[in-house]
Design a protein around this ligand. Sequence first.
Ligand code: UD1
Length: 428
Amino acid sequence: MEKYRIRGGVRLSGAVDVSGAKNAVVAILPAVILSDSPCLIENIPNIADVSTSLSILESLGAQVNRLDRNTVEIDPRTIHTCEVDYELARHMRASYYFIGALLGKYGQARVPMPGGCWFGERPIDLHLKGFSALGAVMEPMENGIIEMHADMLMGNSVYLDTVSVGATVNIMLAAVKARGMTIIENAAKEPHIVDLANFLNTMGADVRGAGTDVIKIRGVQELTGATYSIIPDQIEAGTYMAMAVATHGDVLVRNVIPKHLESITAKLAEMGALIEEMDDAVRVRCSGPLRHCNVKTMPHPGFPTDMQPQIGVLLSLAEGTSVITEGIWENRFRYVDELRRMGAQVEVDGKTATFQGVPALHAAPVKAVDLRAGAAMVLAGLAAEGVTEVEGICYIERGYEDIVEKLTRLGADIEQVTVPDETGAVQV
Ligand code: UD1
């Protein structure tokens, strides 16, 4: 079993470069299917979800040529099937973007229900409502496989009852080549929605309004290959910012779009951090005690739910009482049990968690229960006195490129170790 072993209490300092955005790349890689010629995608993060997406593309028949660890060339012209492999699909949530992309290009898709992090029910009814509005028909589900087909997709208006990133992306993918105009109302506004729209438009699509809550897509007949660079990862950036604060450090977080970080910056500043914004970097410093504050997660531009566990660690160390209200997911406080093992005082009541700040966290063996919860455990380990071991690091590797190397360069004492599992066998 692989674990991270962290000797906490070291002040982080120096500079860290943020990688390409996970949630953008997992939408843009399937979008390549829509092109009629090869695409070159740059600034892809070297993370497990990218490997899975590329494996799915290869299994469909696309030619995938990784030019280096952050650049890939994909030729979709050799795709010969619209069926996604179960084993690959179950590794990540975003495998459902292959439904929209395959449907949009070939008028058919057979994709297993997706896997990914569990934080309560993760329905896909709005995705299906969108596909059906465009004229796609779904077969009765068998063995957890979603099978959809359409003779011809026709543009239509789709109102999303809940703001959903996944449904917005999937409907955009299905609509770019549909006949006529599709209007997505109450669309998600996350930076990765805008990044996907920019990529599609670079290929020749006609997508307008991304970044607002009404997206208009006029269908085009043909999309051609493009060279495109993925935006920086807002959540990875926010995680390193929180790590700088937790260790009372001084860190320059480079390769970011400060505008995408505004809600995170605002909350860290409220807690007492000093944040200096530059063109494509933010410097984060913190010297005094952390102040309590309240946080509510919301769709963009609100505070992102994917930063909620990390801010929870900071609030467990802040003076006084703080409250987090989770506004997106019904069960995103599972990391709290692990945090309590390190001495945090937190009460959870439904979608609300109340943190009574403690002066320090103490090292303990903890688990990553999902991707961002795992990042939060690393963050807690960096802040705690003693040696913390974090298991379940496969979750963390789904979203953070080279986290051990990046933290080591900031002065952290962290290593990845292989330990015998419960049967005594060392797994490699
Ligand atoms: C995406 C992100 C994830 C982030 C989440 C919220 C990716 C790959 N993942 O997930 O990291 O935590 O946005 O910012 O980009 N809903 C429905 N019906 C649907 C779809 C969603 O009711 O068909 C609800 C969900 O239960 C949830 C809310 O809408 O309460 C938001 O979900 P959504 O934005 O779709 O999340 P994901 O796209 O799965």
